[in-house]
Write a protein that binds this ligand. Structure first.
Ligand code: 3SK
Length: 516
């Protein structure tokens, strides 16, 4: 099982291993600008770390990364880690308000932003008192420094910080049903351990693989798929900076000999439905993984029939960094999330805090060496999530007679939409800010593929204003206020919402209507 030396720097270690393994000339990444070899990656990472140090960014200070998936992403992330600086990669689909919060909460001294995302930061840079340096990845510096110029201007000196395995390496923000996003704080050793426990032995990433992850690098899922596992194995990664559409990914699969494919159920479903999807003979995929939300059996079977490859459905959390529960090729039980990844222990806990008997539903809790050490600056949520050796997942599961775990949804009101958490409260308050809306309740609803999407039940101030046109304008209103993926796919007008005697909305009653 995995172990990490006491003195350990993930970035320095993984890059040195590849150079020592004779892979200096082998492509590590292929992006829209071409291939970057392991040798070039090691040099870029060293230069970026040295450049940050040269700017005066010190060990343990934070660098917020709002970056699209190009080779600049791993360069910046690994450059921070090598220099002992903390990388804070963030979701690129968020709003200005979200980023304002994250800059303030992390007190980032440096921002690295892709040119295409710069407009969302333009105004808030000046409002972030701790931010001293802005680096723009792309061609237009917008009055700041260009990423390429910065790394071109320094020597690739060795800035490796003598970190320990338990030193903080990076944070990943995750949203809860209420309150602001929480920064899950991860250490250097956890990256190695996710590869040693899951990436290499279970997902099976090898040196000969060409890997593509539809999930972007800023997700915990994408970070493992597109960086930790392939770099640990010495594989090659194909990156896609664009929004992942079935057509775009089909083109990548035709252009590159991709052997390992990581995606989320919504993507698998959309790809299967696409007229342009490649045939089995056009692709070289040998392994497929799904996570983010439970994979419906119909999608898994249709994929296996079309491509002759089972999709291994797994569950991870941002808090545990990667997958700890999964199906495996040859032992897949469709409709379940499989069994624990060796190195992790699972238990199902009831409302009373005791483990439930086999066959009964409980909250899934996990014990393993890759859990985050805390949520930054949030003692209350840290204490209730990281309970000593056990970490709460917030997901409800039952274990069947064969020991396979079956997902029964969330234990709170959160929705997972295409693998990303959406808080119903946030969508409700966006709806309630529309002048025609009195109140709203948002719940998860199955679409025709049995994948969860947000549905809103809306009470209007004047019920006779309910029209199809208003539905469209409410959806647009939410898209303007929040990250667009959070908008309600369906809106139903109601005269009133089900409530308790104390006026609390009974979302479970609305949810139950969708199950009928
Ligand atoms: O959503 C998941 O299942 C997942 C998988 C791997 C890493 C992180 C997450 C949230």
């Amino acid at each position: 099982m995995g172990s990490v030396p006491r003195l350990y720097n993930f970035a320095a270690n993984v890059l040195e291993n590849n150079l020592r393994g004779g892979r200096a000339g082998k492509p590590a990444y292929i992006d829209v600008r071409g291939a970057t070899t392991y040798g070039q990656l090691a040099e870029r990472v060293a230069r970026f770390g040295a450049a940050l140090r040269g700017l005066g960014v010190r060990r343990e200070e934070r660098v917020l990364m709002a970056m699209l998936d190009t080779v600049d992403w791993p360069t910046a992330f690994l450059g921070c880690l090598k220099a002992g600086i903390i990388a804070v990669p963030v979701n690129t689909l968020l709003t200005e308000d979200d980023y304002r919060y994250m800059l303030a909460d992390s007190r980032a001294r440096c921002l690295v932003v892709s040119e295409a995302l710069f407009p969302k930061f333009e105004k808030i840079i000046a409002e972030s008192p701790d931010l001293e340096h802005v680096i723009v990845a792309g061609d237009n510096p917008h009055g700041y420094r260009l990423f390429d110029d910065l790394i071109g201007a320094v020597e690739a000196e060795d800035v490796t910080a003598p970190t320990t395995a338990d030193d903080i390496a990076f944070w990943l923000y995750t949203s809860g049903s209420t309150g602001a996003p929480k920064g899950a704080v991860h250490v250097h050793g956890s990256l190695k351990l996710t590869a040693d426990l899951y990436g290499t032995p279970v997902a099976g990433v090898t040196e000969s693989d060409v890997v593509h992850s539809v999930a972007k690098l800023f997700f915990a899922y994408g970070l493992g798929n597109g960086m930790t596992f392939p770099l640990t194995a010495g594989a090659t990664v194909v990156l896609n900076a664009d929004r992942p559409t079935p057509d775009g990914v089909a083109a990548l699969l035709r252009r590159h000999p991709i052997t390992m494919f990581f995606a989320v159920p919504t993507f698998y479903a959309g790809f299967l439905a696409s007229a342009n999807a490649p045939t089995k003979s056009e692709v070289q995929i040998r392994r497929c993984v799904s996570a983010g939300e439970a994979l419906p059996e119909g999608i898994a079977r249709a994929w296996a029939e079309r491509y002759g490859v089972e999709i291994s459905d797994g569950l991870g959390t941002t808090e545990m960094l990667h997958i700890f529960l999964t199906n495996r090729p040859g032992a897949t039980k469709y409709g379940t999330t499989g069994k624990a990844v060796p190195g992790y222990e699972l238990r199902l806990v009831g409302e009373d805090g005791n483990e439930v008997p086999q066959g009964e539903m409980g909250e899934l809790q996990v014990r393993g060496p890759t859990s985050a050490i805390m949520y930054w600056n949030n003692r209350e949520k840290s204490r209730s999530t990281f309970m000593g050796e056990w970490t709460r997942s917030g997901d409800k599961y039952i274990q069947d007679d064969d020991g396979y775990y079956i997902c029964c949804g969330r234990g709170d009101d959160m929705l997972k939409v295409s693998g990303i958490y959406v808080s119903p409260f946030e969508v409700e308050s966006a709806l309630a800010s529309h002048p025609e809306v009195l109140e709203a309740a948002v719940v998860g609803w199955f679409d025709e593929q049995r994948l969860i999407k947000p549905k809103a039940f809306v009470v209007l101030k004047m019920p006779d204003k309910a029209t199809e046109e208003l539905i469209g304008s409410l959806q647009e209103h939410v898209k303007q206020k929040l990250a667009p993926y959070k908008y309600p796919r369906w809106i139903e007008f109601r005269i009133e919402l089900p409530k308790t005697a104390t006026g609390k909305i009974q979302r479970f009653k609305l949810r139950a209507e969708g199950m009928m």
